[in-house]
Design a protein around this ligand. Structure first.
Ligand code: DGY
Length: 311
């Protein structure tokens, strides 16, 4: 159907102008519920679509693509593509697009906000005030750690990791990094850093990269920040490390699973701050991500290369 009017299944409401551009050229079928389409609904709607505009909550694999042979293009509203089997898509000649670049600073801002919140115990303080436990000022109350003069260890040296590094430098931190192709060995970084911030994509190689052994190597005064993917950190090991005081604290924007159930055992661990995957959640960034996803679909459905191709 290349070049003709097609049908695009958009797996969640997208309240951004980009969707109007898509709707001006193609028939748009939007999943209007706030929760993701269950697998059978995804399959049924995909089977009637030429293109998919997916979120990180949708699993797109060979089985789905085989069951929906009309699908010619997939645009993910994310830079991460771990929810999509890129190889399976490539084998079937289906381009997959993502949204790199526009969320770099936004995500690094959140990672640094978490770092500051951990160091200065913002969550503890806020709880105290709201629960009526704010006692008169005293010198030893609410003591946190300093940020300037400490070492920030960045795991993964892509765009977001490097943006986090710039923030660390701006705050007077010494920055070290570890990646597949540059920087320190991970073990060395873990031993040196006061704050370890994770910025790797989730792949079979990085699943549980931060495991019990890695956490043991961190200093008992060190903090872990994860704004990448929950699966990069072994959450059972993290809970243990927090409970035994092996590390001083952790802040997670991403967990495994997501959403994290309210009774997940990790939530009872001390010195843990969790926010609900909001790394790229600003109006400007989400709107730009939607533009990129729509650009990817418009190009692919017109038979052109996606401007932001992931496979
Ligand atoms: C991404 O882009 O991969 C984020 O996790 C969602 O914005």
């Amino acid at each position: 159907m290349m070049g003709a009017v097609g049908r695009v299944f958009v797996t969640r409401a997208l309240p951004f102008p980009a969707l109007e551009r898509l709707a001006a050229e193609h028939e748009v079928d939007v999943w209007e519920e706030r929760t993701p389409p269950p697998p059978d609904a995804l399959l049924a709607r995909a089977a009637e679509a030429d293109g998919l505009l997916t979120m990180i909550t949708e699993r797109v694999d060979g089985a789905l693509l085989d069951a929906a042979p009309s699908v010619k293009a997939v645009a993910n509203l994310a830079v991460g593509t771990d929810n999509i089997d890129l190889e399976a898509a490539a084998e079937r000649g289906i381009p997959v697009g993502n949204t790199p670049g526009v969320l770099t600073d936004t995500t690094a801002d959140l990672a640094f906000a978490l770092l500051l919140a951990l160091a200065r115990r913002l969550a503890d303080g806020e709880r105290e005030v709201r629960e009526g436990r704010w006692a008169p000022w005293e010198p030893s109350h609410g003591l946190g750690g300093d940020v300037s003069g400490t070492t920030l260890g960045i795991v993964g040296w892509g765009r977001i990791g490097q943006a986090m590094a710039r923030r660390g430098e701006g705050f007077g931190m010494e920055v070290v990094h570890s990646s597949r192709s540059s920087g320190l060995a991970l073990e060395e970084l873990l031993e040196q850093a006061d704050f370890v911030s994770v910025h790797t994509p989730l792949t079979p190689e990085t699943r549980h990269l931060i495991d019990a052994d890695a956490l043991r190597r961190m200093n008992p005064t060190a903090y872990l920040i994860n704004t990448a993917r929950g699966g990069v950190v072994d959450q059972v090991a993290l809970r243990e490390a927090l409970e035994t005081g092996e590390i001083a604290g952790a802040a997670l924007d991403v967990t495994d699973p997501e959403p994290l159930p309210g009774d997940d055992p990790i939530l009872s661990a001390p010195n843990l701050l969790v926010v609900p995957h909001i790394g790229s959640a600003t109006v400007r960034t989400r709107s730009r991500m939607a533009e990129m996803a729509v650009d990817n679909l418009l190009a692919a459905l017109a038979g052109r290369d996606m401007p932001h191709a992931a496979n």
